[in-house]
Design a protein around this ligand. Structure first.
Ligand code: GLU
Ligand code: MG
Length: 445
């Protein structure tokens, strides 16, 4: 057994770990895991763990179901809320076929593939996200009741959740995730925690961890946490704005930075931006992939609707955070349409692929829009050729099906599985007859 594995075994023993959760992510972004007692870890590290791929959504078909998952040793973390006989560590795994080659449909593998493409172009992709979420009380009836009545940046006593947020931050830091800040968001019961930027694969792993950490800590406070994009109509929804930058392969120079441009963006940055704008309608299907996502992407709630970019403009799809002197490395662009209902690995892979396409084809970015896009008239939008994001999951899927570049980025396997699952979801929704329809039509029609 290699040194790395031996070291990990010793570390797990010293950490008092009793069980290890070996994790994969399915095509719709749910974590799947196999738990092994600590004494089975050396075997898992040596040979991997065989599993029936046909029981994980988007993995194998029934007749080719045998696969194995191989732990990525660098992702070992003890879950800080577990103790004693139940002390649990998690290790994120990669999926392999019986012949030892990576399984093409594994979402984490899809991201690795696109990252390798970037690497071959001499580019290193960094991301950091701003996941927003709601805390709800558990004693609710049919309607969810937000946990507090605080507002943006509020300080207690109205912000009852500040202690919950602190506990989440403590848990994240114990998991090795460096937190930048946490605050109450605009809506009642809504919060945001941001963590430091990292290599895109590490950030995606961190986000997966973040989601269940928030849920575990909320649970310990007798609350529900949800990342649902629009849990309550009429108030802000929850996004997962993603800040992105491209560095040189060593991670020394931010290739998005240019001192001579008014936005401090380089030609490469503009190409990347143009690529994401050009693929935005299809990209939406992957980064905002639920029926509920499209109830968030409507005018008036700080979520993007129009396919444009700007600096101060929070209604824009891409925002360029203001540059401050001496902070060249933090030059970045913030894509605002993603939400946490996405499969983070596929979402990150698709965002990068769209940007790389812009770089490869040297696409030119349109002029920035600095007024609120929500206020622009139909004519003004038309005049400036500003398109809109899809209005529904169905529309977004149709766009994705017309975008060979993004299909290619996911690879045939993951793409087919994703579209199949999402079409099913959309059709299931379409067939519902809702209370809204009853109240709107029953008596008048
Ligand atoms: N919650 C808003 C959204 O749905 C964003 C608020 C903000 O700018 O942080 O994207
Ligand atoms: Mg926010």
């Amino acid at each position: 057994m290699g040194d790395e594995k031996q070291e990990l075994l010793e570390r797990a023993r010293a950490d008092g770990v009793q069980f290890v959760s070996l994790q994969l992510t399915d095509v719709v972004g749910a974590i799947k895991n196999i738990t092994v007692p600590l004494h089975k870890l050396d075997e898992a590290l040596e040979r991997g763990i065989w599993f029936d791929g046909s029981s994980i959504q988007g993995f194998a078909r029934i007749y080719e179901s045998d696969m194995y998952m191989m732990p990525d040793v660098s992702t070992y973390r003890v879950l800080p809320w577990t103790e004693g006989d139940h002390r649990l560590a998690r290790i994120i795994c990669d999926a392999f076929k019986p012949d030892g080659t990576p399984f093409e449909g594994d979402p984490r593998g899809v991201l690795k593939r696109v990252l390798q493409r970037a690497q071959a172009m001499g580019l290193r992709y960094y991301t950091s996200s701003e996941p927003e979420f709601f805390l709800f009380r558990k004693d609710q009836g049919a309607e969810p009741v937000p946990h507090d009545v605080g507002g943006y940046f509020d300080f207690s006593p109205r912000d009852l959740a500040s202690e919950v947020r602190q506990d989440i931050i403590l848990a994240l830091e114990a998991l090795g995730i460096e937190v930048e800040r946490g605050h109450h968001e605009v809506a009642t019961g809504q919060h945001e925690i941001n963590f430091k930027y990292a290599d895109a694969l590490e950030s995606a792993d961190n986000l997966m961890t973040f989601k269940y950490t928030v849920k575990a800590v909320a649970q310990a406070h007798d609350l529900y946490a949800t990342f649902m994009p629009k849990p309550i109509a009429g108030i802000n929804g929850s996004g997962m704005h993603t800040h992105q930058s491209i560095f040189d392969p060593k991670g020394d120079d931010n290739l998005f930075y240019d001192p001579n441009d008014s936005y401090h963006l380089s030609p490469l940055a503009y190409n990347f931006l143009a690529g994401q704008l050009q693929h935005a309608r299809a990209l939406a299907a992957i980064v905002a992939p639920t029926v509920n996502s499209y109830k968030r992407l409507v005018p008036g709630y700080e979520a993007p609707v129009y396919i444009c970019w700007g600096q101060i403009n929070r209604s824009a799809l891409i925002r360029i955070p203001r540059y401050s002197v001496g902070r060249e490395k933090s030059t970045r662009m913030e894509l605002r349409c993603p939400d946490s209902s996405s499969n983070i690995y596929l979402a990150t892979a698709a965002m990068l692929a769209a940007g790389l396409d812009g770089i490869e084809r040297k696409l030119e970015a349109p002029a920035p829009i600095e007024e609120s896009a929500y206020e622009l008239t139909e004519e003004a939008l038309h005049e400036r050729s500003i398109g809109t994001l899809p209005g529904s999951l169905g529309e977004a899927l149709a766009e994705l099906e017309r975008d060979p570049l993004l299909c290619d980025a996911l690879g045939e396997r993951a793409y087919q599985a994703f579209v199949r699952a999402k079409r099913r979801e959309w059709n299931e929704y379409r067939l519902q007859v809702t209370p809204w329809e009853w109240s709107r039509y029953f008596e008048v029609v």
